[in-house]
Design a protein around this ligand. Structure first.
Ligand SMILES: *Cc1c(COP(=O)(O)O)cnc(C)c1O
Length: 430
């Protein structure tokens, strides 16, 4: 038995499902998860000493490659001064200043410890600011594990949410309305049917959590208009896209100003950090400036802030990072397309900058229903075939991959080769 397998067997007796976050258990692709020992640059190494090319990068944060020296150095410097104070520090001010400088719509920002915390707080602030209870989210968008977000549309019941998880109350579900992504008409209807009751519309401006799905032309603009016309706050959940699709995130790339933005992942440079921010008058609702309560013992933690600051500073000062990520994404997906053509396959690749998903379906994928039409068994075999060839993908069809600047052209070509071989292999045995 491999060391990973031994660890997993033991983990299952101690931790629910053997993991501290569900997707890691490999249930969507079969087989046992690999346990990671270390990582450097473009490579990740498991407990059995096997090396893999990294295409997840901790779900985003390792955009500069693993163990990036300036981040490492900042953490090493910071730990000499104790790990936590629970009191204000200089670094929090510098962090806030940098975020306000980098993200177009943010005038004030509050640090938290995860993306989940950021979205939960943003919704509370939106409700406090508008005096309304309901929110609109989109099917297939993930906003962390807060109760309000674990809602899918019940079959046919467009106007009333149904809890996606036991433990989420009907009352909570009742306040969360869902629409298909890219469907402005459905959003209009929800607004008409819930006149003056909707506090916010929250979405991933480019989706990563049903696989990579792009907003259709006019979708984000349409949402912005609907929000303006109905005094609804527009919340961009940029936990994945922030500091990735551009240094100012998707909102910079698509030139849309949300009222509130939630961030996570890259913002902590690999440490547990989240943040939410936006227009001054909205953020001044937050305690102690205003009445909406939100707090955190470890929020703005000095070690986490040091890592995040080093990461954001580097991204802010090196625009060539984004040029490089675009080129890497282009090279990889062009190579994939060529392989698909060669193999006579018509599968869909969605791609923007350093995010992409190869969907095992011939349909275009613009919403969750499309994504669910994929051949998931085929994806599982493809995932295992790639892993065998030393390429570490997200263990689910419903995820985006995240490229890093540590990927050289040579490594990208290796991934393209592995992809072609894997597809050929799984099609043969199908
Ligand atoms: C990962 C993610 C979250 C949740 O962040 P955590 O740090 O895992 O709590 C929220 N929204 C989006 C878009 C995400 O990708």
């Amino acid at each position: 038995m491999s060391i990973s397998q031994q660890l997993f067997e033991k983990a299952k007796t101690l931790i629910p499902g053997g993991v501290n976050s569900p997707v890691r258990a490999f249930r969507a692709v079969g087989g046992n998860p690999i346990f990671i020992k270390s990582a450097k640059g473009p490579y990740i190494y498991d407990e059995d000493g096997k090396q893999y090319i990294e295409l997840i990068n901790s779900w985003g944060p390792m955009i500069l490659g693993h163990a990036f020296e300036p981040v490492e150095e900042a953490v090493r410097e910071a730990i000499q001064h104790s790990f936590s104070f629970g009191a204000p520090t200089r670094k929090e001010v510098e962090m806030a200043e940098l975020i306000v400088d980098m993200v177009p719509s943010i005038e004030k920002v509050r640090m938290v410890n995860s993306g989940t915390e950021a979205t939960m707080a943003a919704i509370r602030v939106a409700r406090g600011f508008t005096g309304r209870d309901k929110l609109i989210k989109f099917e297939g968008c993930y906003h962390g594990h807060g109760d309000s977000f674990l809602i899918a549309a019940g079959s046919g019941a467009v106007t009333m949410g149904v809890p996606d998880s036991p433990g989420v109350t009907k009352a909570t579900a009742h306040d969360t309305l869902t629409a298909p992504y890219n469907d402005l008409r459905a959003v209009e209807k929800l607004i008409e049917n819930n006149h003056n009751q909707i506090a916010a519309i929250i979405l991933e401006p480019v989706v990563g959590n049903m696989g990579c799905v792009l907003p259709e032309p006019g979708f984000l603009e349409g949402l912005r208009d609907l929000c303006d016309q109905n005094d609804i706050l527009l919340i961009f959940d940029e936990v994945m896209t922030g500091f990735r699709l551009a240094k100012g995130g998707a909102q910079e790339r698509f030139r849309i100003r949300p009222d509130l933005t939630t961030m996570g992942k890259i913002i902590g440079g690999g440490m547990p950090v989240g943040a939410y921010g936006g227009r001054k008058e909205i953020m001044d609702m937050v305690s102690p400036a205003g009445p909406v309560y939100q707090a955190g013992t470890l929020s703005g933690n000095p070690i986490a802030m040091s890592a995040g600051l080093a990461m954001l500073r580097y991204l802010n000062e090196h625009p060539e990072v984004y040029t490089r990520l675009e080129a890497t994404g282009e090279r990889l997906t062009t190579g994939f397309q060529a392989s698909l053509q060669k193999l006579g396959l018509n599968y869909t690749i969605n791609h923007l900058g350093s995010m992409y998903t190869l969907f095992m379906t011939e349909n275009p994928v613009i919403n969750f229903t499309d994504a669910k039409s994929c051949d998931l068994t085929l994806f599982g075999s493809y995932f295992q075939a790639m892993l065998k060839r030393g390429v570490y993908l997200a263990p689910s069809q419903f995820e985006s991959l995240f490229l890093s600047v540590a990927l050289t052209d040579e490594l990208v070509d290796q991934v393209i080769q592995a992809n072609e071989e894997s597809l050929a292999e799984v099609l043969q045995t199908r």
